[in-house]
Design a protein around this ligand. Structure first.
Ligand SMILES: NC(=O)c1ccc[n+]([C@@H]2O[C@H](COP(=O)([O-])OP(=O)(O)OC[C@H]3O[C@@H](n4cnc5c(N)ncnc54)[C@H](OP(=O)(O)O)[C@@H]3O)[C@@H](O)[C@H]2O)c1
Length: 329
């Protein structure tokens, strides 16, 4: 029997239970991974609470993990037992499962890890790093010299997105909820920090851009930032909405995009930007290269043992975390 953090019904952090489960054997195209660390992501909170329904309950949570391949199923040639790997569940027909000693993972979702990247770093960077990569490279490809707005810039995705945008040569305006988070964002390259708990975001953005606004806003805060995001955009700018940490975005009339300057809005998801093994590996290769060479830092500032998954969820939900969070096994 091995350990798994599961939900039997949706709810608050108390819905997470530490269960003993039977070891599974990998089927065709699968690998069994012995996890050493699991990333804690905002999507885990949505799944636990029932906002993103899971196919069946009880379910083991956790969309992101890192560890060692224990066994492979028929037809798997890309990895062998003993290989160190990281993975993101979900985009390849899998359900979550990383908050556990062992996870069955589709082999085509596995990313081989170099020695320079430890397990906790890998569990902190994979889902969030692939997300930041598709956001700045594909959802709205940032160009050198552009000024961009990133909400929750001191969060997991926010810090990685900021660093990647700086690598491209952009100027980054980031929003944060406290002075300490502002300092952290600045340490990771954020050029201008706005504390959206008391500052007028759109007004500051206009002031910082000579009245023009920004060509892109990356917004995963949702309800509380949606209006300011639209108000911060330049003519023909793009709002990339990719999350709802503060709640769902309000309904809005598409015609409103016209008088504001023919704006664009997209609602983006990682699974749509890692549709093939080839696309996943292209993004992963950039990410691993940047992290292994120190060009992108992965500050995993909160770690809990697996048993304390509830504490991890409470901290993330209460905005007490910054950077990345991981469970260790
Ligand atoms: N679509 C995709 O492909 C994709 C993939 C990964 C993540 N995401 C989304 O990206 C966002 C960031 O994910 P993450 O895991 O890196 O989390 P995170 O940014 O580390 O944590 C969320 C942050 O959002 C801010 N926030 C603002 N209002 C909040 C509220 N009412 N409740 C909680 N937090 C609030 C907080 O920062 P402040 O205190 O500074 O406000 C908080 O620290 C999430 O919305 C997540 O769902 C989307």
């Amino acid at each position: 029997m091995s350990r798994a953090i599961r939900i039997h019904s949706t709810g608050g952090p108390d819905a997470l239970t530490l269960d003993r489960v039977d070891a599974e054997r990998p089927g065709a195209g699968q690998a069994l991974v012995q996890n050493r660390a699991a990333g804690v992501n905002f999507i885990d909170l949505h799944q636990r609470a029932g906002r993103y329904p899971l196919p069946a309950l009880p379910a083991t949570l956790g969309m992101e993990g890192a560890g060692v391949v224990e066994a492979v199923g028929p037809g798997v040639t890309a990895v062998r037992p003993g290989d160190r790997v990281a993975y993101v569940m979900g985009g390849h027909g899998a359900t979550p499962g990383a908050y556990a000693d062992f996870a069955l993972v589709p082999a085509d979702a596995l990313i081989l890890l170099p020695a320079e990247i430890d397990d906790v770093t890998a569990a902190g960077m994979t889902l969030k790093g692939l997300t930041a990569h598709y956001l700045v490279k594909s959802a709205f490809p940032v160009r050198p010299g552009q000024t961009i707005l990133v909400h929750a810039a001191a969060g997991g995705v926010g810090l990685l997105l900021t660093q990647m945008a700086k690598l491209i040569g952009a100027r980054v305006i980031g929003t944060v909820g406290s002075d300490a988070k502002g300092r952290l964002a600045a340490e990771h390259g954020c050029d201008h920090v706005i504390d959206y708990s008391h500052e007028d975001v759109a007004r500051r953005v206009r002031a910082l851009t000579g009245g023009e606004g920004v060509p892109v806003v990356y917004d995963a805060v949702g309800r509380d930032t949606f209006a300011a995001s639209l108000d911060s955009l330049a003519v023909r700018g793009t709002l990339v909405s990719f999350g709802t940490a503060s709640g769902p975005t309000p309904p809005f009339n598409i015609f409103e995009l016209n008088p504001r300057g023919s704006l664009y809005v997209t609602s983006a998801g990682l699974a749509w930007y890692t549709r093939s093994r080839h696309e996943l590996m292209e993004r992963a290769s950039d990410l691993i290269g940047w992290v292994a060479t120190g060009q992108v830092k992965v500050p995993v500032l909160q770690q809990w043992p697996l048993e304390q998954a509830r504490e991890a969820h409470m901290a993330l939900e209460a905005r007490q975390t910054s950077g990345m969070s991981a469970l260790t096994l």
